[in-house]
Ligand binder design. Structure first.
Ligand SMILES: [Zn+2]
Length: 395
C-alpha cells in the first residue's frame, strides 16, 4: 500500500466530577467574551480578506496582542492574563462563527456566545480515562483543577487530542477527540484501479428508508439490501411530539418550558439512536460484502432546502442528514471511503437504457419496456454514475 498513513478522529464523551463546577462556568463565560470580542473584530475589519484560518489567527493576534517588537496595537485585548492557547482557541471559534455568519445571508450577528471551551496544549495535563487537570479561570486568577472522569474509554493505540468541557443542565462532560489509524488509506482512484466493489446508498421517506447494494466494476448489482425502520422512527418521534403539543395546550406556553426539555432531549436521543442504527447497518453490510467505497447521492442545494422542509424535521428522509454524517466517520474508521455523486436524474431514468421512467408504487417502467424495483433502479444509476466517473466500462 501507499506510504501515507491515514487517521480518523472521533469524539469520546466522559462524565466529569469536580468540587468546583463554578470555575468551569467562569472559564466558559470568560472564553465566550473573548470569542465575542474576536468575532466582532473579524467581521468589522477582516471579513473581506481572502485568508486561511491560520492567516486570520495571525492577523487577529497582530491587531490585539503586543508582540516582541513592543509596538502598539490598534485593538489591544481588554483583558490581561489570557493564556496563549486559551486565546487561540477563542480566536479559532470566533473565526469559525464569523465565517458561518458570512456564508448565511440575512442572519443577525451573534450577540452572545455559549460555546464549549476547548483546552489546547498548555491548558490541560495528565489526561487519562479517569482524570485530567485543566487550567481554569476562577474569576480572579488561573489555576489548575483536577477532574475525575468516568463513563467512557480511550481506545488502545488511539491518540487523545485537545479536550472540551461541555456544560449541560444534566451535568458536565469532557469531550475528547481521539485519533486512530485507519486500516485502509487508499484513495478512490487506487481502489478503482484494484477493481474494488462499491456500495451505492439511497435514502427515502418510507419505512424502507435506506437502500443499498454491492456493485462490481462491470456495473452488476448484488445482494440488494433494504433497511427498514423509518416508520418506527417516525412513530416514536410522533409520540413525543404529541406529548409536547399536549403540554403546550395545557400550559399555554410556547413549548419551551422546562417540563418540555426532557421531550426535546428524547427527540434528540431518538434521532441519535436511529441514525447510529441505520449507519451501522450500512457499514456492516459493506464489511460483509467487501465493498470498499460507499457512494452517497450528492443533493443539490435546492433539494436540501425544499424537499427537506416539506418532509418535516422528524421524518425518515430528514434523518438521512444525520445518517450521512455518521456514515462518513464510521466508514473512514473501517477503511471504507465515502464518495458523493451527483444525484441528478438518478430516479427518473432507466438504469438499463437511460430512457425516461414512469413509477407505479414501488415498480418502475421505462419507455423501452424495462421494469423493476424503482429504488434499486435508483441505486444502480448512482453506482453506475460513480463507476463511469472513474472511466469504468459499464453496461
Ligand atoms: Zn430502459
Amino acid at each position: 500500500m501507499g506510504k501515507s498513513i491515514f487517521y480518523s478522529i472521533t469524539t469520546r464523551r466522559f462524565n466529569v466530577r469536580t468540587k468546583h463546577v463554578e470555575y468551569l462556568v467562569k472559564t466558559q463565560e470568560f472564553y465566550n467574551e473573548l470569542v465575542k470580542f474576536y468575532y466582532d473584530l473579524y467581521l468589522d475589519h477582516l471579513a473581506g480578506e481572502q485568508l486561511s484560518s491560520q492567516e486570520l489567527l495571525r492577523a487577529l493576534e497582530k491587531l490585539t496582542v503586543v508582540g516582541r517588537d513592543k509596538q502598539e496595537v490598534p485593538y489591544l485585548l481588554p483583558w490581561k492574563k489570557v493564556p496563549l492557547y486559551f486565546r487561540r482557541a477563542a480566536i479559532n471559534a470566533a473565526v469559525a462563527a464569523g465565517k458561518s455568519y458570512l456564508m448565511r445571508n440575512q442572519q443577525q450577528r451573534t450577540r452572545q456566545f455559549h460555546q464549549a471551551v476547548t483546552f489546547y496544549k498548555g491548558m490541560y495535563q495528565d489526561m487519562t480515562e479517569s482524570e485530567v487537570t485543566l487550567k481554569v479561570w476562577n474569576g480572579e486568577k488561573w489555576r489548575w483543577l483536577r477532574l475525575r472522569l468516568s463513563g467512557n474509554k480511550i481506545p488502545e493505540n488511539a491518540q487523545p487530542m485537545s479536550p472540551s468541557i461541555v456544560i449541560k443542565s444534566s451535568g458536565i462532560e469532557l469531550h475528547i477527540p481521539v485519533k486512530e489509524l485507519v486500516p485502509d488509506g487508499r484513495n478512490a482512484k487506487m481502489r478503482m484501479e484494484a477493481d474494488e466493489k462499491i456500495c451505492p446508498v439511497i435514502f427515502t421517506n418510507q419505512d424502507t428508508c435506506v437502500i443499498c447494494g454491492c456493485m462490481t466494476v462491470d456495473g452488476k448489482l448484488e445482494n440488494p439490501n433494504f433497511i427498514r425502520g423509518g416508520r418506527s422512527y417516525e412513530n416514536h418521534c410522533k409520540d413525543v411530539l404529541d406529548k409536547i403539543e399536549k403540554s403546550r395546550q395545557a400550559s399555554g406556553d410556547d413549548g419551551n418550558c422546562k417540563a418540555n426539555q426532557k421531550y426535546w432531549l428524547k427527540l434528540k436521543n431518538l434521532n441519535d439512536f436511529y441514525s447510529h442504527k441505520f449507519s451501522r447497518e450500512v457499514i456492516e453490510y459493506c464489511l460483509k460484502h467487501g465493498a470498499k467505497i460507499l457512494v452517497l447521492p450528492e443533493y443539490q442545494e435546492t433539494y436540501s432546502k425544499y424537499v427537506m422542509t416539506t418532509v418535516g424535521n422528524w421524518s425518515p428522509l430528514h434523518l438521512s442528514g444525520q445518517i450521512r454524517e455518521k456514515l462518513k466517520y464510521k466508514a473512514w474508521q473501517e477503511g471504507i471511503l465515502v464518495l458523493e455523486v451527483n444525484e441528478y436524474h438518478i430516479s427518473s431514468t432507466c438504469s438499463v437504457c437511460g430512457g425516461k421512467v414512469k413509477r407505479k408504487n414501488l415498480e418502475y417502467q421505462c419507455e423501452n419496456g424495462h421494469r423493476g424495483n424503482a429504488y434499486l433502479n435508483t441505486v444502480r444509476n448512482l453506482g453506475k454514475r460513480c463507476l463511469n466517473g472513474f472511466g469504468k466500462q459499464v453496461k
